[in-house]
Design a binder for this molecule. Structure first.
Ligand SMILES: Nc1ncnc2c1ncn2[C@@H]1O[C@H](COP(=O)(O)OP(=O)(O)OP(=O)(O)O)[C@@H](O)[C@H]1O
Ligand code: SF4
Ligand SMILES: [Mg+2]
Length: 349
């Protein structure tokens, strides 16, 4: 293994054991909507609206929620592909824009997207694609190529067969392996996987998921895993964050949330999940209709327009994230909160 592949610590900044690797604080991203004859602003899409969470070293944090709830925007904010309107990102104790540069953040936090083809330059060989970023970051051409071949091997593609091929000459699963190799080329600490396996056939998907698990253990990686497939998220994640209309509805250990979700939205989302066990399949599709428009989200609890437990307080006051029974589990719902004014103290079974 070359030095470039080893996980590296910069002198003097050893991470403390219990400090989260990534801390996201009150991050906001609103997209202006342009329209009309003169391209005037006609509104604002509140894609991510003041969310805070931690990613712990060595864990996989799953992010789930319906289409448009802000998962990809959150991911793009984490790697600074888009700039937040407000809030802060702290990596390994260092705040972006204070003692952490954008280059350092991008080297340490890498991303793999769903579209395996669009992410690769069609005119570059697989070896050149993987070697590109390390070469830009100062590695000699020979070292960058050696690293690219090592990474091809690591992601299960025989370098002799694959190094000189082009993206259109390989399958979707193989392309996604190349994208994973590319993401690993700068020895990042965190990899964000945004629907990274969603376009693959089930059997190929399983192989790539296993590869991701192996790489995580071998390279001591931390993952943020975004998927609409709740079974896959359960398989991959240590903790899960449930998003609704640009906010965090619930966050906590995967077992606690899947066994006993504390937020009615998570409950509805999980109830609509196809069970792996045919005997326990239910017809309980609780979640109906589309989420409201993120341009003009509902007042108070954003879920109140679809929630079967909504009371007057829900449209009046925004519920804050509040600790639940399991360690590290919290949910933003007036039910089960302290003195919230909601008549229920817990969700009915
Ligand atoms: N560049 C942009 N300009 C305007 N609106 C945007 C932009 N990017 C995202 N949005 C809007 O922000 C909201 C959140 O989008 P985002 O892509 O983060 O959702 P998502 O949870 O990843 O959805 P999906 O599950 O479909 O991938 C959506 O309403 C989307 O239309
Ligand atoms: S705060 Fe009210 S509307 Fe929101 S999820 Fe809880 S019960 Fe439902
Ligand atoms: Mg998305």
């Amino acid at each position: 293994m070359t030095e470039a592949l080893m996980t590296h610590e910069t002198a003097g900044e050893a991470p403390s054991a219990d400090r989260p690797l990534l801390q996201v604080r009150g991050i906001v991203k609103h997209f202006p909507l342009k329209g009309g004859l003169f391209g005037r602003s006609t509104g604002t899409v509140r894609a991510v609206d003041g969310i805070s969470f931690d990613v712990r070293k060595g864990e996989t944090l799953g992010i789930v929620g319906e289409s448009g709830c802000g998962k990809s925007t959150t991911a793009r904010l984490l790697v600074d592909l888009i700039t937040p309107d407000d809030g802060e990102i702290v990596f390994d104790g260092r705040k972006l824009g204070r003692d952490l540069t954008l280059t350092e953040l991008r080297r340490n936090v890498q991303m793999v997207f769903q579209d395996s083809y669009a992410s690769l330059n069609p005119r570059l060989t697989l070896e050149d694609s993987i070697a590109f970023a390390p070469a830009v970051h100062g590695m000699t051409d020979a070292d960058a190529r050696r690293l690219a071949r090592e990474l091809l091997f690591k992601v299960g593609l025989e370098p002799k067969r694959f190094a000189g091929r082009y993206p259109h000459e390989i399958s979707g699963g193989q392309r996604q392996r190349v994208n994973i190799a590319r993401a690993l080329a700068l020895s990042p600490k965190v990899v964000i996987l945004d629907e990274a396996v969603s376009a693959l056939d089930k059997s190929v998907e399983a192989q790539v998921l296993n590869l991701l698990m192996d790489l995580k253990a071998e390279l001591d990686l931390t993952y943020v895993f975004i998927s609409h497939d709740l079974n896959v998220v359960r398989f991959m994640s240590d903790r899960v964050m449930v998003m609704y209309l640009g906010e965090v509805a619930e966050i906590g250990p995967v077992d606690a949330i899947y066994a006993k979700p504390a937020h009615p939205y998570s409950r509805a989302l999980l109830a609509s999940m196809p069970s792996m066990d045919p005997d326990s399949r239910t017809e309980a599709v609780v979640l109906t209709g589309d989420p409201p428009n993120p341009i003009d989200p509902p007042s108070g609890c954003r879920f109140h327009t679809r929630c079967g437990f909504a009371e007057a307080v829900c449209s009046r006051e925004k519920p804050l994230l509040h600790a639940r029974a399991a360690q590290g589990h919290s949910a933003a719902c007036h039910v089960g909160g302290v003195d919230t004014g909601h008549t229920l103290s817990e969700l009915p079974a």
